[in-house]
Design a protein around this ligand. Structure first.
Ligand SMILES: [Zn+2]
Length: 204
């Protein structure tokens, strides 16, 4: 089986509870420290086997790390891990996970070979909220419910608000429309992309 590690929790004696997003589910597994598997880390893609034991959690075994071309790029890895981490609270209680999530990661790993990590992640995230049916491209303000015609800002979940209503940074409406329609951050400068990134980090 293959999947992405979206959460790691230390338990007793350096053992770990490892949560893995596969094509169709989030698997909660137990890794014994003594078993000396290959190195595992948040965000890694792994090939693995499960061993069913008497315990309620299957044991993780025969782990092989499937590397990315940029796995040694600290900055990319750091951004990737912060993004991936947000999926655990988002998906953990869902029994059947749509393959969209797994393939969205596959795609993002590939795009990040060439593209700036924050840009690639923000674009991937826009596709994700569209897929989940919560891309608010009607551009109505979450706070006052009026149409936004000029300075727009975003809050958690990329929900549109008037910059004035939220007392926050304003963007040109056309730029934001472009982002929501084309799923591209090309018209945003680096500092603006960083602003979007910080909104994203508040939670999916
Ligand atoms: Zn408003």
């Amino acid at each position: 089986m293959q999947g992405y590690i979206i959460d790691i929790k230390p338990v007793k004696d350096d053992d770990l509870i490892v949560s893995i997003l596969t094509e169709h589910e989030v698997m909660t597994t137990y890794r014994f420290y003594g078993a000396r598997h290959s190195n595992i880390n948040l965000g890694y893609k792994i090939d693995f086997e499960l061993e069913i034991t008497k315990s309620s959690i299957p044991r993780l075994k025969d782990v092989i790390q499937l590397g990315f071309p940029w796995i040694l790029d600290n900055e990319k890895m750091y951004c990737w891990q912060r993004y991936i981490k947000l999926f655990y609270p988002h998906l953990k209680d869902i029994e059947h996970i749509d393959a969209f999530y797994f393939y969205s990661f596959e795609n993002l790993v590939h795009i990040m070979i060439k593209q700036n990590a924050l840009r690639a992640i923000c674009e991937s995230y826009i596709s994700l909220i569209e897929y989940e049916g919560r891309l608010h491209n009607d551009f109505e303000c979450l706070l006052c419910e009026n149409k936004i015609t000029q300075d727009i800002s975003l809050v958690r979940g990329f929900l549109p608000v008037h910059a004035n209503c939220a007392y926050s940074r304003g963007f040109e409406l056309n730029k934001m429309k472009d982002l929501f329609e084309k799923k591209k951050v090309i018209s945003f400068n680096d500092e603006e992309v960083e602003y979007l990134w910080n909104i994203l980090l508040q939670g999916l």
